[in-house]
Design a protein around this ligand. Structure first.
Ligand SMILES: CSC[C@@H](O)[C@@H](O)C(=O)COP(=O)(O)O
Length: 353
């Protein structure tokens, strides 16, 4: 079965699977303006670090002439260089943590700054398509490298959704699982439901079951007990930003899973493309963490479960120090026991090839 496309761009429209509605319904959200693209990223219609970057790149291509309508106007030809730059700056404020967003927008900015206006729109669209295509290649390469690492693991725990819904195709953390499935190895996946927005229970469970992968959803608090009972062989997660020293920002709840894995002597792997690294940041403590609305925790699906008088914390991500990570799997290969030196070497050998 072919999986539905997470993102498509046709007829001057960015078409996204509306991930806020899964698994109840598979519906598509159409963006015809920069503002609609911003809204789709902010509300998590499209989410996951690589998918956010691809969506933003296409969003730049929807720039209409003169942004004095607050980026609301649907695409029409005739935008100026200043209009495109304003759209890029605006889209960069949609979400703060996933560095792939800024990586993609920087690529678009460079095109704006170096291309003559008559060719600009066409060149921007080719760049967005190249970013999208690069992501497909990346997912498959991570799948192959990661499947090698997971050969001996039958039961694999993952957190959040780092699959096809978070990228263009196989995902990052789920790519090795799809690869193992293709090899006929029948991996068994435990998906943390991932409070508060249930990306594991709703999205990972949906896409894996669509693909015929054996998936069991657990509440986040069950992971430790399953590990103690010997039911988990390895953990694999994605990342939103990785510092130059190998500290990993990922969905809130990743850090406790890493601590539990270490305690139980289980390998903890992070799968992420090289564009998820932020080599300007030496420590994960410098990664900006998105704080989201209290109602995501206090009133999920409109049902109040926390009294108004109580304060609520809702950071969307946490940071797992590199010392808890057994390996980072990128499209270039594997960084075992990552640290600043090994990461610098990985990037040096990638640019030499
Ligand atoms: C390949 S996606 C990796 C990460 O982006 C993913 O694990 C994650 O944390 C997504 O968070 P989200 O808030 O759903 O965008």
């Amino acid at each position: 079965m072919t999986a539905p496309e997470t993102l498509q761009f046709e007829n001057e429209t960015l078409i996204l699977i509306d991930q806020t509605l899964l698994p109840q319904e598979l519906t598509y959200f159409h963006c015809q303006s920069v503002a609609q693209t911003f809204d789709a990223i902010k509300r998590l219609v499209v989410r996951g670090a690589p998918a956010i970057g691809i969506a933003a790149a296409y969003g730049v291509c929807l720039t209409a002439p003169s942004s004095d309508q607050g980026h609301q106007a649907a695409y029409q030809p005739g935008a100026s260089q200043a209009d495109y730059l304003a759209a890029i700056d605006y889209l960069a404020t949609s979400r703060p943590t996933a560095v792939n967003l800024f990586w993609a927008l920087d690529r678009m900015r460079e095109i704006v700054e170096t291309t003559a206006l008559p060719q600009l729109r066409e060149t921007l669209l080719s760049e967005a398509r190249a970013i999208h295509e690069h992501d497909r290649t990346m997912c498959h390469a991570i799948g192959r490298h990661g499947a090698g690492l997971l050969q001996e693991s039958r039961s694999i725990l993952t957190h959040c959704n780092a699959g096809g819904l978070a990228t263009s195709t196989w995902g990052t953390a789920l790519a090795p699982i799809y690869c193992l499935q293709e090899q006929g190895r029948k991996p068994k996946v435990f998906a943390d439901e991932t409070r508060p927005l249930l990306q594991g229970g709703r999205l990972t469970a949906w896409e894996l079951s669509q693909a015929g992968v054996d998936v069991t959803v657990i509440t986040d608090s069950m992971a430790g007990s399953l590990m103690r009972l010997g039911k988990i062989d390895a953990v694999i997660v994605g990342a939103d930003r990785i510092s130059a020293s190998g500290d990993v920002a990922n969905k809130i709840g990743t850090y406790p899973v890493a601590v539990l894995a270490k305690h139980h002597g289980l390998p903890f792997y992070v799968a992420a493309p090289t564009n998820t690294f932020d080599l300007k940041l030496m420590s994960g403590d410098d990664i900006p963490i998105e704080q989201r609305d209290r109602d995501e925790v206090a009133a999920p699906y409109g049902i109040k479960i926390v009294p108004d008088q109580a304060s609520v914390l809702n950071p969307a991500f946490d940071v797992t120090p590199a010392s808890y990570v057994d390996a980072i799997i990128t499209e270039q290969g594997i960084i075992a026991e990552p640290n600043a030196e090994k990461i610098a070497e990985h990037f040096a050998s990638a640019s030499a090839n």
